[in-house]
Design a protein around this ligand. Structure first.
Ligand code: NDP
Ligand code: MG
Length: 380
């Protein structure tokens, strides 16, 4: 029986992880659940999974806790996240909160010697060196949940220690793959929230449409697999069946295939090194017929170029890339800026905040704060 704490349990990844816990009650006991503000959903989850501890980032009146849920230890604010990551009894901590908020939780969980199942890519994007150093020091390598990184991880394991020459990071291309620049410039939140293959939270869905998600994933791969950015090639693959691939020196390419369903990579991380029954069927290759691949268009999607520039610049540039994008996406979802304005803001922020340090957690949080503040100050 594995004890699992889930941070961000009310989100897209969190609820799918709970689906797997529900499917395997003999293998997983949920010991902690946290959300930001979705209290009704969290109440339902606590009622079903009966964790020892539950937390909401938003403050609440203890009198609001329903009588039948008082068996659970309720907490609020950042201390709740800390307790779920590092204090509650758990073998595994799934960090599936969204945004840079995940960085501290990942560090807390590693510091406490927990096995981290990492969905929150922002922790590696912003604090990759701190997180991977700590994971190494603690002898607790991170288990990736992001589908591409799970695929790469699986291919590397199958390579039996042979080094990879190159990573082929697949991307669906999102809903605007076939749109022209003018159409993309004027895309609305409704357009951007219609992902062709994956069903995900709002922020990452917009990032998939702009390809900022793939930019973040290049950074994530750089840290997870210690691979320089020049050896990571983005490949547009609209069917989202090949979840990524690894090239070896003999010319062989290993790929991992599956339906675009996050329960597969979540289950892989949860049961590692075993494989779990997830309820997901393998892809029907006869029904698919053909799988297609394209070169990404960096003119239409500047995010890829900006991501590589940020990686090369080092320091806090990736944190600025991430923070500026988070802030711009929020403004886009409030319909305050056009879709094309997201990349323009990130580029401007990278230019004006060049040279910031990222030596410690405080530096990173400060760079993030400044990136957001800078983006908020742009009028356009
Ligand atoms: P969602 O927006 O669906 O869920 C986010 C979860 O985190 C919710 O439980 C939310 O609570 C909580 N949360 C939000 N902000 C904070 C905060 N500041 N502090 C603490 N908790 C917070 O996101 P996803 O599940 O889509 O994504 C989670 C992470 O996984 C992201 O980093 C994303 O990039 C990554 N990921 C997601 C994939 C997917 O398929 N969805 C695929 C690959 C990676 P509340 O409900 O109360 O708002
Ligand atoms: Mg992904």
């Amino acid at each position: 029986m594995k004890k699992i704490a889930i941070l961000g349990s009310t989100g897209s990844i969190g609820t799918q992880a709970l689906d797997l816990c529900r499917r395997h009650p003999d293998r997983y006991r949920v010991t902690a659940l946290t959300a930001r503000s979705s209290r009704e959903k969290l109440f339902e989850q606590v009622r079903e999974f009966r964790p020892e501890m539950a937390g909401l980032l938003e403050t609440f009146d203890p009198a609001d806790i329903p009588e039948d849920l008082k068996f659970c230890h309720w907490m609020t604010g950042p201390e709740a996240l800390k307790a779920a990551a590092a204090e509650v009894d758990a073998d595994q901590v799934l960090v599936s909160i969204v945004g840079i908020a995940g960085l501290r939780s990942v560090m807390d969980a590693l510091e406490a010697g927990r096995q981290v199942l990492l969905a929150n890519k922002e922790a590696l994007v912003t604090g990759g060196h701190l997180v991977t150093d700590l994971a190494r020091k603690k002898g607790r390598p991170l288990l990736p949940v992001d589908s591409e990184h799970s695929a790469i991880f699986q291919c590397l394991r199958a390579a039996d220690g042979n080094p990879a020459e190159k990573i082929l990071l697949t991307a669906s291309g999102g809903p605007f793959r076939t749109w022209n620049r003018e159409q993309i410039e004027k895309a609305t939140p409704r357009d951007a929230l219609k992902h062709p293959n994956w069903n995900m939270g709002a922020k990452i869905t917009v990032d998939s449409a702009s390809m900022f998600n793939k930019g973040l994933e290049i950074m994530e791969a750089r840290w997870l697999f210690d691979m320089p950015e020049e050896q990571i090639q983005v490949v547009v693959h609209p069917e989202s069946i090949v979840h990524s691939a690894v090239v070896f020196r003999d010319g062989a390419v290993l790929a991992q295939l599956g339906q675009p369903d996050m329960r597969v990579p979540i289950g892989y991380a949860m049961a590692f090194p075993e494989r779990l029954e997830t309820g997901v069927m393998p892809p029907d290759l006869f029904a698919l017929g053909a799988l297609t691949f394209e070169k990404p268009d960096e003119e239409k999607f500047p995010a890829l170029r900006l991501a590589k520039e940020a990686l090369r610049a080092g320091g806090a540039a990736c944190t600025v890339f991430n923070g500026a994008n988070e802030e711009a996406v929020a403004a886009f979802l409030r319909e305050e800026i056009p879709f094309g304005g997201i990349a323009r803001r990130v580029e401007k922020a990278l230019d004006s905040l060049a040279g910031l340090k990222a030596d410690c957690l405080e530096d990173i949080l400060e760079a993030d704060r400044r990136a957001r503040e800078t983006v908020r100050s742009y009028a356009e």
